[in-house]
Design a protein around this ligand. Structure first.
Ligand SMILES: Cc1ncc(COP(=O)(O)O)c(C=O)c1O
Ligand SMILES: N[C@@H](CCCC[NH3+])C(=O)O
Length: 416
């Protein structure tokens, strides 16, 4: 459930009408619901009950400072993949001791900085990275806490672009190599083995791939412990799917219940890195219909949001629900492709949607809180949208709309 519902014939974000917000702040604009974000975070956190755990929100899903700050206030941990995300978390009041650092390409500067601020754990994705962390930690006189990200070779049964746990994927260290690399890590003087990490993909709609991966992780943990390598935590990554259309993803509580059917899990602190589950259905993208363009062959609704604002449909053929902010009571449904102004054929937000709309109407793309603004760009020299956070009957601009000067900041013509 979310807090975007129709009331008296118009869509509300919590206590505020979406059309009024669109008129006041302009379009395209992202609107987030504070209550939904917090509810989704709690759904994960509370599902653990008494079990020692840490929810590390995956910052990449939506890294707006206001959102990170809400989670920091709840005591959340964070999963980051860059210096930029690390600084966002710290700027938003997050605790360095609750940050895990994932990603296949951590630079020396990023590793040094993470060691300096004292993050909770590096999720190491290759043997070369392990060596680099050892060297840098030694030079700084520090001990680096690490997990190895294991690639368990399980099929996440999701879109191939967001599947990460197969042996042909670039992520993690293969499960076959894992034991040897852990033995080596345990011998390195500036490395402290903390846990085992795994993230097999995103938008998973069934639990069996998680369970297959977990089985392999637990077996590895036992083999390591027999060799005297103590494992303190298991990081199970993110990846739980959400409902965009008529999918029926498991709830976080179902997921936890299923995980803990394996009693061995209780021996460890459990980390999870949910992104989409928390943010996707806590946000919408509001856009205005500029033109209706009809032909015998196809009807287009040309809107003022584009693939630069929300790239998921173009990139993964992702389907997101598109609804009017104020449904019309007179007129007929027609079938439209909802397209943006960008000069690419893949610039669409939705195809073959039945809508009763006119130019000037506001449309709402649902489930846009995760991998929406975070993946937006300035392609076609389009300033990026503003982001609003609604908290009951209050609205806050949590990111101002970019202006034209923002587009060429840092650029300079050659001297005459
Ligand atoms: C390492 C890692 N952790 C967590 C996530 C968050 O995944 P999701 O948004 O599917 O929960 C991702 C992205 O898929 C990731 O790459
Ligand atoms: N960006 C993707 C998910 C990738 C997750 C990042 N590891 C999406 O919008 O579905």
């Amino acid at each position: 459930m979310d807090y975007f519902n129709y009331r008296d014939g118009e869509l509300f974000a919590e206590e505020l009408a979406v059309t009024a917000l669109a008129k006041e702040y302009g379009t395209p604009c992202y609107i987030y619901s504070r209550a939904t974000l917090e509810r989704h975070w709690h759904a994960f956190n509370d599902a653990f009950g008494e079990q020692k755990h840490l929810v590390c929100y995956a910052v990449k899903a939506n890294s707006n400072l206001a959102i990170l700050n809400l989670f920091a206030r709840l005591g959340s941990g964070f999963d980051i993949v860059s210096r930029g995300e690390l600084d966002r978390v710290l700027t938003a009041g997050g605790d360095a001791k609750k940050i895990v650092f994932s990603g296949v390409g951590k630079t020396s500067a990023e590793i040094r900085y993470a060691l300096e601020v004292g993050i909770r754990c590096f999720n190491v994705e290759s043997e070369a990275e392990l060596e680099r962390i050892q060297e840098l930690a030694a030079a700084m006189g520090k001990i680096a806490p690490i997990s190895l990200r294991i690639n368990p070779d399980v099929d996440a049964q999701t879109h191939p672009y967001i599947s990460t746990g197969l042996k042909e994927n670039k992520f993690g260290i293969s499960i076959e190599r894992a034991e040897a690399v852990y033995r080596h890590a345990a011998d390195l003087p500036n490395i402290s083995v903390q846990g085992i990490d795994c993230h097999i993909g995103s938008q998973l709609l069934t639990l069996s791939p998680f369970m297959d991966a977990l089985d392999r992780l637990l077996a590895l943990a036992e083999r390591l412990e027999q060799q005297g390598i103590q494992i303190h935590h298991l990081d199970l990554g993110g990846g739980l799917g959400v409902r965009y259309n008529n999918e029926k993803p498991p709830e976080p509580a179902d997921y936890m219940r299923q995980l803990f059917t394996d009693e061995r899990l209780k021996r460890y602190e459990i980390l999870v890195e949910p992104g989409r589950t928390i943010a996707a259905n806590a946000g919408i993208l509001v856009t205005k219909v500029e033109y209706l363009k009809r032909s015998d062959y196809k009807n287009f609704a040309v809107v003022d949001a584009a693939m630069n604002d929300l790239i998921r449909p173009a990139l993964y053929s992702a389907w997101q629900e598109i609804i009017p902010a104020q449904p019309r009571t007179a007129g007929e449904l027609e079938t439209f492709d909802i397209v943006g102004p960008v000069c690419e054929t893949s610039d669409f937000l939705g195809k073959d949607r039945d809508l009763n709309i006119q130019a000037g109407d506001f449309l709402v793309v649902r489930s846009a809180g995760a991998y929406g603004f975070a993946m937006s760009s300035n392609y076609n020299s389009r300033p990026r949208a503003c982001e609003l956070m609604v908290d009951k009957a209050q609205v806050y601009v949590v990111r101002a709309r970019e202006n034209l000067e923002d587009l060429w900041r840092g650029e300079a013509p050659l001297p005459a």
